[in-house]
Design a binder for this molecule. Structure first.
Ligand code: SF4
Length: 356
């Protein structure tokens, strides 16, 4: 019988499985503590679980873990990026972003990505497969073990992959991250970021979860956005904004729109004006960030024009932000984290594969 990855079970699912093994419900909470708080890699380490139950658990389940392939720590801001190997040899990236009052992990949800956003390294090597919930959890467990002093307070699904393409596994992982017996991270501290997959937005609005939703926007102009975020051809701005409005109406939560500023592409005063008009009446905030250039060594496709973006000048950024503020848009310009370590999604993996 093939053994199941035990981290693919929510606590209530584990309680049911334990009942089938003749064990008490409270054992699930104990097992969760070992898996997610202590981060054990074998049932034998669960010393408060009776030996007989451990034997039964071993026969039915196995405990996955991610192994380190590479890591880079920024000398600028302590951002650390990890390239992790999964049990089948595939690799994913996870990033720890330490700040004064919080420590955020940026998680991948898929191996590779199919959406080919123009400035993102994640889809360079194509889409391979969805991550299981256990593999998503393993990214965070790995970082917890590696950096025990960094109390993890926030999670963002902004690494490799489109979370709504792997909806069920991402949702299951969120439930376990949120579980008081596991990571105990409040739903409001978990952000799901989509490139604009409308069916995912519609599904999430009916879940009754308090998670944050962020949408990668990057342009308020359909033809520009279709180049930067090709899925815009399937889910164009008008429909995306309707989905955003419906989401905020139904959940009473605001949406965050992410906007990567690219020189001579989407960062002019005119672009800011268009953006303000597009977002009128939507309960939202905008996070802008200047493009974090993919290292010239990072991509084997360097000659591709699409990868040759530059960050805008500081003066352009100021005008853009001022224009948005004058139009009443709630906007924050963020600094690129880990600019010296290829911390943008997919960049470390791309760099390593290129240099392999
Ligand atoms: S930005 Fe997100 S959706 Fe777009 S290619 Fe990168 S990982 Fe995929």
């Amino acid at each position: 019988m093939e053994r199941v990855g035990i981290k693919n079970l929510t606590r209530s699912e584990l309680e049911k499985a334990l009942a089938g093994l003749g064990a008490e419900r409270y054992r699930a909470r104990q097992i969760f503590r070992w898996l997610y708080i202590v981060g054990v890699r074998s049932f034998d380490e669960m010393t408060d679980i009776p030996e007989d139950l451990r034997r039964k658990l071993k026969a039915k389940f196995h405990i996955t873990h991610a192994a380190l392939l590479d890591s880079r720590r920024s000398s600028l801001d302590s951002t650390t990026k990890y390239l992790l190997k999964l049990e089948d040899g595939n690799t994913v990236e996870a990033v720890l972003l330490p700040e004064e009052r919080r420590n955020t992990i940026c998680l991948s949800s898929q191996v590779g990505c199919k959406y080919c956003c123009g400035f993102c390294a994640s889809s360079i090597f194509g889409f391979v497969r969805n991550l299981k919930a256990s593999e998503i959890l393993d990214e965070a467990i790995f970082i917890k073990r590696e950096r025990p002093s960094a109390q993890i307070t926030n999670l963002v699904f902004m690494g490799i992959g489109e979370p709504f393409d792997n909806y069920n596994n991402v949702l299951k992982a969120i439930k376990i991250f949120n579980d008081s017996a596991a990571f105990n991270i409040g739903a409001r501290r978990i952000t799901v970021s989509t490139c604009g997959i409308i069916p995912g937005i519609e599904r999430l609005k009916n879940e009754g979860l308090q998670v944050e939703l962020s949408v990668s926007l990057h342009s308020a102009d359909d033809s520009k956005r279709s180049k930067l975020v090709p899925v815009n051809k399937i889910y164009p701005l008008k429909e995306l904004m309707k989905a955003a409005r419906d989401y905020t109406d139904k959940t009473s939560r605001i949406i965050t729109f992410e906007y990567v500023m690219l020189r001579d592409v989407n960062s002019s005063k005119d672009d800011a004006g268009k953006l303000a008009r597009l977002l009128k009446g939507i309960k939202c905030k905008v996070n802008t960030i200047s493009y974090n250039r993919i290292s010239p060594t990072a991509t084997p496709f360097k000659p591709m024009k699409a990868r040759d973006y530059e960050a805008p000048s500081e003066a352009d950024v100021k005008i853009f932000i001022r224009t948005l503020k004058e139009e009443g848009v709630n906007v924050v310009h963020r600094k690129s984290k880990g600019a010296d370590i290829e911390a943008g999604c997919g960049q470390l993996k791309a760099s390593r594969l290129k240099n392999a």
